[in-house]
Write a new protein. Structure first.
Lengths: 114, 114
DNA sequence: CGGGATCCACAATGATACTG
DNA sequence: CAGTATCATTGTGGATCCCG
């Protein structure tokens, strides 16, 4: 049953890589966290995430929208006002998010002891 | 997960970014998965992960070693034989790993329905 | 066998400026 | 306000060769 075992773990690799494609990278999870905590506007999100540039935020918002995690709504035209909101689907990543926060904290403790 | 507003979510962002620094990127988790499933040798790991190059594997193994997730052991000198093993500490990422696999599977179902 | 060194090409990101 | 445009810099991938 070695072949089956082998296939299974490459399947796992694919699943993790799929996940990384959607929520990986430097900015996607920070954006989701910021929005989760109430930010809906481009500039608010931008200011809430240290060091992010408009270019990256714009790109990542598009990516997240394409992957159904957020929704873009034009609220008014003059002046233009846009709202980004998390979709219900986005809340399904919370398990990953919490695991990563937890591990980040754990890791920081580990590093301190060094 | 219900929206709970907290003022200092920037701490959360930092934690997630710390985690991403250590286990983020295209190859680190696949390497850990491969090793978790028994691969210890450079070439075995290399062959088990589709599309990875020696250069990237070499780089990432170093990074993982510096971050205490794996251990490099020289088993024999002539011919040189090296074994990479997961540290106990590395097993602490399993929660993140499992969450990501699970979400990857979930996401694939979602995509199929589209 | 387990890599490192090098060179090249290209993709991703960053800084800054600017606009409907 | 919500982004684009442009250019500079960095990161990554591929190929090849090399060495202990």
């Amino acid at each position: 049953m070695k072949a089956v075992k082998e296939r299974n773990f490459q399947e796992k690799i694919r699943l993790v890589q799929d996940t990384m494609f959607v929520i990986g990278g430097k900015w996607k999870l920070p954006i989701i966290i910021s929005m989760y905590h109430g930010n809906k506007r481009f500039n608010d999100i931008s200011l809430s995430i240290p060091h992010i540039t408009n270019r990256m935020l714009s790109k990542e918002l598009k990516h997240l929208e394409e992957n159904l995690l957020i929704k873009r709504t034009i609220v008014s035209e003059y002046p233009i006002k846009v709202e980004y909101t998390l979709t219900d689907y986005c809340y399904s990543v919370s398990e990953v998010l919490i695991a990563m926060e937890k591990w980040g904290k754990h890791h920081r403790e580990k590093i301190k002891k060094k």
